[in-house]
Design a protein around this ligand. Structure first.
Ligand SMILES: [Zn+2]
Length: 273
């Protein structure tokens, strides 16, 4: 038994699914959604494993204790010795055993930014299930530029890794969205009965590049997620040097950074599904 992991088996054989919350301890949205769903959930087919991922960070109301858990689902040889000394490294090792075996995963995240835009992150192999999740934006391309998330790990191991960003942490509608996403995900893969799946109108956004700081980063203004930026637009300053966009597209997660080699923002292009 691994702590913070609840395994429910249906009577009929089916898919091996996982639903994760609290990879970042402050993102209480998914934690609340799962706690809310668990008492009444009726898994009829396959196995569903519900996971409260970064248990210590959830308890301490911190994003993480030592290191970002969401970057540790890679081979140990790709991690620094500092990462390997972390509490999160041990936790990732425990959870990898579960994720390696799962056919599909839903990882629930939320944001510290009020008015954060909800969206789905998945690769083309999961576009079909994403259509039924309650989000208007589907974003792909993340596996190529940001390694070490649970969805990345599941994709690497031949499953379908799906991550949902549900909006602002403390917005009750984010919890509602998360619950709806979990139930639709479970229904799609046959684990639950009695829910009607609705096809959503969605736009695609493909991330192409992650801007890593050379020294630090100060955004030129507040950027909304997926905000359109024209070729040559100023996004911010790195060590005082202007950082401009080389072609038309959009930006996601633009944030101030104080150190070198930190993730400052993502650039991508909109498209059709
Ligand atoms: Zn998160």
């Amino acid at each position: 038994m691994i702590s913070g992991v609840i395994n429910i088996k249906g009577k009929v054989k089916g898919k091996n699914l996982a639903v994760i919350s609290g990879v970042h301890g402050t993102e209480i949205c998914g934690v609340a959604a799962i706690k809310n769903l668990l008492p009444n959930i009726n898994i009829i087919r396959g196995t569903v494993t519900f996971i409260f991922a970064n248990e210590k960070a959830i308890r301490d109301k911190k994003r993480f204790v030592d290191k970002d858990l969401n970057r540790l689902f890679v081979k140990s040889s790709q991690l620094s010795s500092e990462q390997k000394r972390s509490y999160e490294y041990q936790r990732a090792r425990e959870l990898k055993g579960i994720l390696r075996k799962c056919n599909a995963l839903l990882d629930i995240h939320s944001s510290a930014t009020p008015k954060a835009k909800p969206f789905v992150i998945c690769e083309p192999r999961s576009f079909k299930v994403a259509r039924y999740l309650p989000f208007s934006i589907v974003s792909n391309g993340w596996d190529k530029i940001q390694h070490g998330g649970t969805d990345y790990f599941v994709n690497k191991n031949g499953g379908q890794g799906i991550c949902v960003e549900c909006g602002y942490n403390f917005d009750p509608s984010a919890i509602k969205k998360a619950k709806s996403a979990v139930l639709s995900f479970l229904k799609y893969f046959g684990a639950v009965n009695g829910r009607k799946l609705t096809v959503r109108k969605q736009k695609l956004f493909t991330v192409k590049k992650m801007y890593m700081t050379k020294q630090n980063f100060k955004p030129a203004k507040h950027f909304k997620d997926f905000e359109f930026v024209k070729e040559g637009s100023l996004i911010g300053f790195d060590g005082g040097v202007p950082v401009k966009i080389k072609s038309d597209g959009g930006v996601v997660f633009v944030r101030g950074r104080t150190k070198p080699k930190e993730e400052a923002f993502l650039f991508g292009t909109p498209g059709k599904l």
